[in-house]
Design a protein around this ligand. Structure first.
Ligand code: CU
Length: 308
């Protein structure tokens, strides 16, 4: 049974592809542009979204974005009021216009109470929703799927708990070749340069995924902004994180290691492909079959089977 592909998946954002796929990739890219133009796919970030944090595709990431924007507008308000009063004072109450300093506010207890209480109220007003969201972010209960994430220099291993499926995800061969000194390859010609992998992490949309994150060597950090997840991978510790991809947002989401972990730190990206639950089940079955074949010594390798 062919695995059904999510909308953004059709954009040719596949993983490391054999060379005969290069032209297909270009065609898929053109199809993707047409689909975006037709409104079938979400358009890439533009305008202010390019310099702002992403809204993401999970409930938590959307709330994080909302909290970030709330704090941003509070800061803007404070800036406008403080600099507004300063500028107004400099213009209309300067010495050259005959202004005389008003010393009634010096050591004025009432004023000091007000300018202590107002910032406290602002900070508490921001801390309450932030604390609530932190509790929500760290709620890893009632997950429907657990995946062990193991960082290593330099790549990620994913094990689907309760199955035999294990995936090694490393920098795509095309990016790896292009990054070499004097490779002669124009990196702009490489799709998702340094942001593509040999094997993507496939997850179902609409289900709570729990990640059990650790490392085999040094500290790494599993970070996918669109999922609202950034968690350190520490040898000897198992950190947890969870997310639910909005059912209306299947697609390919990219991230990278966010802890300086050595020479190859920049070369261990993360790519998550969110697909429908039915497509995920089909994919998982195929992986199990391929990997059991591989362990039995059959020619079909798990590696080639997991590649998409
Ligand atoms: Cu790392």
């Amino acid at each position: 049974m062919a695995r059904r592909r999510g909308p953004r998946d059709s954009a040719g954002e596949g993983q490391e592809a054999p060379s005969n796929r290069a032209r297909l990739g270009k065609l898929a890219g053109m199809a993707s542009l047409a689909a975006v133009a037709a409104g079938a796919l979400p358009a890439a970030a533009s305008g202010w979204d390019l310099i702002n944090m992403p809204r993401g595709v999970t409930n938590v990431s959307t709330r994080i974005y909302g909290l970030h924007m709330m704090a941003f507008w509070v800061c803007v308000g404070i800036g406008v009021v403080v600099f507004g009063v300063m500028i107004w004072s400099l213009i209309f109450h300067r010495k050259s216009r005959g202004a005389v300093p008003d010393v009634t506010m010096l050591h004025n207890t009432k004023v000091e109470i007000v300018w202590t209480a107002v910032p406290v109220l602002i900070l508490v007003g921001m801390a309450v929703p932030a604390a609530r969201l932190l509790v929500r972010i760290n709620n890893n209960t009632n997950s429907q799927l657990s995946i062990r994430v193991n960082g290593f220099q330099w790549g990620w291993q994913y094990k689907y708990v309760g199955t035999d499926v294990s995936i090694i995800s490393k920098l795509s061969l095309s990016s790896d070749a292009a990054r070499m000194l004097d490779s002669g390859i124009n990196v702009n010609s490489v799709p998702h340069y340094l942001r593509s992998v040999t094997h993507q992490l496939v997850v179902p949309v609409g289900e709570k995924i729990r990640l059990l994150i650790t490392s085999v060597d040094v500290v790494h950090s599993w970070w996918v902004p669109d999922l609202g997840v950034k968690k350190s991978a520490i040898p000897g510790f198992i950190n947890q994180a969870s997310f639910i991809v909005n059912p209306s947002k299947p697609g390919v989401y990219r991230g990278q290691c966010a802890d300086l972990c050595g020479r190859g730190h920049a070369f261990m990206p993360i790519v998550v492909r969110a697909v429908s639950p039915a497509a995920f089940e089909a994919w998982l079955k195929r992986q199990e079959a391929a990997q059991s074949q591989a362990s039995a010594g059959a020619p079909a390798s798990a590696s080639s089977a997991t590649s998409t």
